[in-house]
Design a binder for this molecule. Structure first.
Ligand code: C2E
Ligand code: MG
Ligand code: MG
Ligand code: MG
Length: 283
């Protein structure tokens, strides 16, 4: 552990050591990679795919989640697991989140106008980004510039690092709420602050992590966890969305626990904009 400052490593104990050749090479290649992600952002090669969110046993549309993809000129389609962490580490996750949010608002506004259909749009916002003071203002600007209706936008807090001062970010969230924007807790149950979010933030929705759904048909403990989280959501008057629903078995068990909003491969994988337009036609 420690901090790397221009080719020196500062250890937690305060010692400073130059990097060895291997460490320097590693640092160089990470920096290069971060630069290539930025280039991807500049060139519009990073954009959203759309995964449907269903309700009423999958009969009705609830909304859609925008999920970042990188159409790399050589590597092909790169999933977010291969670039979100870097964007956080090199401090441009706010830019990435905004690119995805803006594009999704533009696309969905256009689609809503074209079809006359209304549905929720969820975007992922990193906890690293949420800590920044002007975060709510930036979302407000995107809504204003794209014309997307605020009350159909849901911000999913995706947490890879701890937000120490939830009371401070609560102000940011009050600002968003006043615009009509909804707040979701992503990967509920697996992140540091799941329960604290409920205590301090004006949350509307929790997304039950797919890790609990995956074995819900086989594992009694996972079943109990799902049941309890769904119950908690009901008690607090929140929507509960089950992520990672892959089979009828998953669907039946979760539905019997009282959860009626679903997302997962059972219904659809994340789609291109074209694919999502086609999918939307059935509703
Ligand atoms: P997430 O927000 O929890 O999104 C759900 C992830 O589960 C997506 O992975 C989706 O493709 C996947 N998934 C959906 N249904 C199923 C299923 O039935 N089975 C399985 N095994 N997986 C399913 P994806 O697209 O690879 O995204 C991974 C994560 O990357 C997201 O998890 C989110 O935390 C992050 N992410 C994606 N886009 C953005 C973004 O624009 N900004 C930020 N900050 N994070 C993003
Ligand atoms: Mg999400
Ligand atoms: Mg999730
Ligand atoms: Mg996740």
């Amino acid at each position: 552990l420690g901090l790397i400052i221009s080719n020196y490593k500062v250890h937690d104990c305060g010692d400073i050591q130059p990097l060895n050749q291997h460490q320097e090479d590693e640092l160089d290649s990470k920096l290069l990679y971060a630069e290539s992600i930025k280039t991807g952002l500049k060139n519009g090669d990073i954009f959203p795919y759309y995964q449907p969110v269903l309700t009423s046993d999958g009969q009705k549309l609830h909304g859609v989640e925008a999920l970042a993809r990188w159409e790399h000129p050589e590597k092909g389609l790169v999933p977010p697991i291969d670039f979100i962490d870097h964007a956080e580490e090199y401090d441009f996750i706010d830019w990435l989140d905004e690119v995805i949010c803006r594009r999704a608002c533009e696309d969905m506004k256009q689609l809503m106008d074209l079809t006359g259909k209304k549905f929720m749009l969820s975007v992922n916002i990193s906890a690293v980004h949420i800590r920044k003071k002007d975060f709510a203002q930036r979302i407000e600007t995107i809504l204003h510039e794209t014309g997307f209706p605020a009350n159909y936008l849901s911000i999913e807090i995706t947490e890879t690092s701890l937000i120490e001062n939830l009371k401070d970010v609560a102000v940011t969230f009050q600002h968003l709420k006043s615009l009509g924007v909804k707040i979701s807790i992503d990967d509920f149950g697996t992140t540091y602050s799941s329960l604290n979010y409920l205590k301090y933030l004006p949350v509307d929705t929790i997304k039950l992590d797919k890790a609990f759904i995956h074995d819900v048909d086989k594992s009694p403990i996972d079943r109990r966890i799902c049941k309890t989280i769904i119950q908690l959501g009901c008690d607090l008057n929140l929507d509960v969305i089950a992520e990672g629903v892959e089979s009828t078995k998953h669907l039946t068990i979760i539905r019997d626990f009282g959860c009626d909003i679903y997302q997962g491969y059972y219904f659809s994988k994340p789609l291109t904009l074209e694919g999502w337009k086609d999918y939307l036609e059935q509703f």
